[in-house]
Design a protein around this ligand. Structure first.
Ligand code: ZN
Ligand code: ZN
Length: 378
């Protein structure tokens, strides 16, 4: 969609002077301001257009560039890179109060105070805590108003002084290419005031770091990567603005026995080869205690046994997962003479390493190997 002409947006002639532009802008901005049209997306877009047109046309250099090149003058990269991106589109609505509405609403610069920052807290949980849910107390640092200077940042008996660089405006004009742009004042960082004698308690910041204790309820079934939002528990806002949120980021510690994958738990259970060959009953761990598992005769190593419903129920609901036990056949060590003799006897009874009745897999394998070498030498 082609961009509408800035003069048309404001409904003024190309020859309009700054006063006329300002007047047109006030009239339109009052009509389309988002505060007056809550939830109306069209009005918001219209308002942004009006604001952008106003910003360009009331800046002599930008207006001259616009008259000469049209919208191309402000496109990213269009001016040889670097200085692109003058306000417009994504700007917030706060600054316009100062620029234009200041005089309507009784003067003075009115800046919308900043919402407090969101905070993140990394919480490590054991698998048991994550699966069952837990309530944890956490201590988090937070900024609070300094009670020595009551937030001004100036030493008792002194006051912040008007900044001499920007004369209190908080903004300075900087040249960038052949445009001049507004930037936050480098001396006072946009505050408009400087503190000659900073408060000792807060070093001039007006806010001090304190820690607060919060009780956080972790719901059952959370997993690594889940986060819990605590609305309004983030950093305090400036001058009574809303606080940010606190995000508790969950990491589940490695468990000595279980590994979780989605809602299933995995564990490895070693068995000796007599058990594997003859079968029997073993005890396997679950998060709720031990349960018996029947190992059938002739169980091969790495066989996976599924215990339904012994896994995890996700915090997002759904059914409970399973516990999957992998049995691993362990070669016996530390054999005594008698055991060695028994095994020797057993070995002889197999009739060699490829005894086909007792080791079907070895038989298939060694037959395959034989065929491989026969084919090579043919
Ligand atoms: Zn202070
Ligand atoms: Zn300044």
């Amino acid at each position: 969609m082609a961009k509408q002409d800035y003069y048309e947006i404001l409904g003024v002639a190309k020859s309009a002077d700054e006063k006329e532009i300002k007047k047109a802008y006030k009239r339109l901005a009052m009509k389309f301001h988002p505060d007056r049209n809550p939830g109306d997306k069209d009005a918001e877009n219209k308002f942004k257009e009006i604001k952008e047109a106003y910003e360009i046309l009331t800046d002599a250099q930008k207006r001259a560039a616009y008259d000469q090149y049209g919208h191309a003058a402000f496109e990213q990269g269009g001016m040889g890179g670097g200085g692109a991106g003058f306000g417009g589109g994504g700007a917030d609505f706060s600054d316009i109060f100062g620029d234009v509405f200041g005089d309507i609403f009784g003067g003075g610069r009115r800046q919308r105070a900043a919402r407090g920052a969101d905070l993140r807290y990394n919480m490590e949980l054991t698998l048991e805590e994550a699966v069952r849910g837990v309530t944890k107390e956490i201590r988090i640092p937070t900024l609070q108003e300094c009670d020595v200077c009551h937030g001004s940042g100036a030493k008792a008996g002194t006051k912040p002084q008007t900044c001499s660089t920007c004369h209190g405006a908080g903004q300075v004009q900087m040249r960038q290419g052949f445009f001049s742009v507004q930037q936050a004042c480098p001396t006072c960082h946009g505050r408009g005031t400087v503190i000659k004698d900073p408060c000792n308690a807060c070093h001039g910041h007006g806010r001090v770091e304190r820690s607060k204790t919060l009780s956080v309820k972790i719901p059952a079934g959370v997993d690594t990567g889940d986060r819990i939002r605590l609305t309004g528990e983030g950093e305090a806002g400036e001058q009574g603005a809303p606080a940010g949120d606190l995000y508790v980021q969950v990491t589940v510690k490695k468990h000595p026995i279980f590994e979780r994958e989605d809602n299933n738990l995995y564990c490895e259970v070693p068995i000796n080869f007599a058990m594997a060959a003859l079968g029997g009953e073993i005890e396997v761990p679950t998060l709720d205690g031990r349960v018996k598992l029947k190992v059938p005769a002739e169980t091969q190593t790495s066989k996976l046994f599924r215990m339904r419903g012994k896994g995890v129920k996700s915090v997002r609901g759904g059914s409970v997962g399973d516990l999957l036990c992998r049995v691993v056949v362990e070669t016996p060590v530390g054999l005594n003479e008698r055991q060695k003799a028994l095994l020797q006897e057993l070995r002889e009874s197999f009739g060699g390493p490829t005894g086909e009745n007792n080791s079907p897999r070895s038989k298939t394998f060694f037959d395959g190997v034989k065929k491989f070498f026969d084919d090579l030498t043919r």
